[in-house]
Design a protein around this ligand. Structure first.
Ligand code: SF4
Ligand code: SF4
Length: 585
């Protein structure tokens, strides 16, 4: 009996046939199975006895379908060229596991292939075909939905984004004692329009204020758009070019509406590649303005003498991690190094580096696919070894995805390093004319012991993982807060009623009643509905349970893992407590 093909399998094959271009076809045909790419892949290095991680093995899964349905050899003699088709939904699931769960599309294997096979490119195409029929990891579906619906991949609401920029503006004015030191929003005819990663608004606003400080000091005529500000693009990870085009279009159209002269892309590897290199193709349009990485902007300011820097303010040993997208796909390798040598005293290379660097393991959207986390962390062993061998205290990277990937590895392999971006180091080294005294300070993780910003505040921490609850409680207590801890939903509600806290941090996955139910109960309880709630969860896929409710959204949201400085930033923001950087002097 002939094999019956499911509707989904039929559609996936149809889409693959449509999307294979000449570049992919030559990669699909060129492999001679020499195996030279095998040791390039971090998954292989961590799983030497499992052949299913080898790049050529993974590529063959797609190659066999291509041969069966596109290449003439497989259409005429399928048995001769090992051509194979897709039939069942199980076949699709198996393909999903390979293209999403065993490859970060880092393209390191391509650099080491003598035949020029670019597996990352057709792996991405296969992802897009699966996404078109809804076969994808849950996290990919959630993030894609957010970016389709809100225009940014973390679902940041416009009012939250604007409020954060205004809050950062006030802080900047205070810090620089200069009323003109603001973050201009939607300014027409600006020379520079600054686009960012939504992670900066949500978890790392310091990168925005550091950039603002640099633009202001350089006297730039700049602005941030109120919409179309997310330069990341989940279309690159999901392989779904329709999403890629929609996101890129929003960004380009906003710059044009503001009549901006140049779009500056903050430090993000996949954002830079998507916006500057792939975006115009996905969006199917010309882009008339220039686009530039903020790394190049900062370097130019120093070269032109528009900002002055003092490298003695960054004395710790620092190493640099090349983001795969920046280095392998965009050639952005020398500018970050030149900048590093100007702003820190002890820069040491990680080996290997530049286009040969290993992935942080968070590439290709891997951070959103929690089902593959153990696999991802295991495959990070080579990266952890690379980091350790440098002896550096800080690893700098020009990518928000890499910040998360590296932070996870540093925690998992207990490396005791901090992660920073170039913007943090440049801002730390910035010589401000008005400053009378300059005290060198560490780059990352502002100390909270010098002041007690949360003194007098009462906070309930609800999380079923005792270690994590203790960690959050300790961070808050060190900042002066009185903390009450709950390990289940009932105790959390009890404490909320009894203690009337200023804030409740809430895990979503707890025994008994889940966090989303506690949240709704609080929002509908006349006594508790005004208590601000900050979700801290390790289940980003549960986010929809919170945001799709008819009750007002939580005041804060963080995905685990979280760092001490992120907790403090977010809690202070929710409680409207001004944040003071340690380099205030
Ligand atoms: S190095 Fe290139 S030709 Fe050799 S197995 Fe890998 S992909 Fe195929
Ligand atoms: S693209 Fe990267 S993760 Fe994927 S097979 Fe090649 S080396 Fe491995």
């Amino acid at each position: 009996m002939a094999n019956v093909r499911s509707q989904k399998a039929e559609k996936v094959i149809g889409r693959m046939k449509m999307k294979v271009n000449r570049q992919m076809a030559s990669s699909l045909l060129a492999c001679v199975h020499c195996g030279m790419c095998t040791q390039s892949c971090h998954y292989v290095l961590a799983n030497p006895d499992d052949p299913t991680y080898a790049p050529a093995y993974k590529a063959d899964k797609i190659r066999k379908i291509f041969k069966r349905h596109v290449d003439w050899t497989g259409r005429v003699f399928p048995w001769w060229v090992s051509a194979k088709s897709l039939y069942t939904d199980e076949d699709l699931e198996e393909l999903k596991d390979t293209v999403f769960g065993k490859c970060t599309n880092c393209r390191r294997c391509s650099v080491n292939c003598p035949m020029g096979v670019d597996y990352g490119v057709f792996n991405r195409m296969a992802r897009g075909a699966l996404v078109s029929v809804g076969v994808m990891p849950e996290g990919v579906a959630v993030v894609s939905k957010d970016q389709w619906e809100t225009g940014n991949q973390m679902g940041v609401l416009k009012e939250d984004y604007i409020e954060t920029l205004e809050w950062l503006s006030e802080e900047l004015q205070e810090e620089l004692e200069d009323e003109s030191a603001v973050i201009p929003i939607d300014k027409q005819n600006a020379d520079l329009v600054y686009s960012i990663n939504p992670r900066e608004v949500k978890y790392d606003p310091r990168t925005i204020s550091d950039a603002a400080k640099i633009f202001h000091t350089a006297g730039a005529n700049w602005t941030m758009p109120s919409e179309g500000w997310d330069m990341t693009n989940f279309g690159l990870f999901s392989g779904y070019n329709e999403l890629g085009g929609s996101v890129a279009r929003r960004l380009y159209e906003k710059v044009e509406a503001l009549n901006g002269k140049k779009l500056i892309i903050s430090e993000c590897g996949h954002g830079y590649r998507s916006t500057r290199c792939e975006g115009p193709n996905w969006a199917g349009r010309d882009v008339k303005f220039e686009m530039e990485s903020s790394v190049i902007t900062m370097l130019r300011y120093i070269r032109e003498g528009r900002i002055k820097v003092d490298k003695s303010r960054n004395p710790e040993p620092v190493t640099f991690h090349d983001s795969c997208n920046n280095a392998r796909s965009c050639g952005l390798t020398e500018e970050p190094r030149e900048l590093l040598r100007l702003v820190c005293e002890d820069f040491r290379e990680m080996l290997p580096n530049r286009a040969e660097n290993y992935c942080c393991t968070g590439g290709g959207g891997a951070m959103s696919m929690s089902e593959y986390t153990p696999r991802r962390l295991k495959s990070g062993k080579i990266k952890a070894d690379q980091l350790k061998a440098t002896g550096a205290k800080v690893v700098v990277t020009s990518c928000h995805n890499c910040v998360d990937g590296l932070s996870d590895l540093i925690r998992h392999y207990k490396l005791g390093m901090d992660v920073a971006q170039l913007v943090n180091l440049v801002a730390n080294a910035l010589v401000l004319e008005k400053r009378a005294v300059v005290v060198p300070e560490p780059v990352v993780a502002p100390s909270v012991t010098e002041e007690l910003p949360l003194a007098g505040r009462r906070i309930v921490v609800a999380d079923d993982e005792p270690d994590f609850a203790e960690f959050v409680a300790m961070v808050l207590q060190d900042a002066g807060a009185e903390v009450f801890t709950a390990h289940n939903a009932d105790t959390a509600m009890e404490l909320a009623r009894k203690e009337k806290p200023d804030l409740l941090t809430l895990d979503l996955q707890m025994p008994g009643k889940t966090g989303d139910k506690v949240f709704v109960e609080m929002r509908t309880d006349p006594e508790l509905k005004k208590v601000p709630v900050c979700i801290i969860t390790g289940q980003p896929e549960m986010r929809a349970l919170i945001y799709d409710r008819s009750v007002p959204p939580p005041e804060g949201y963080m995905d685990k893992p979280v760092r001490e400085d992120q907790i403090l930033f977010n809690v202070k923001k929710i409680l409207k407590i001004p944040h003071h950087d340690p380099d205030d002097g």
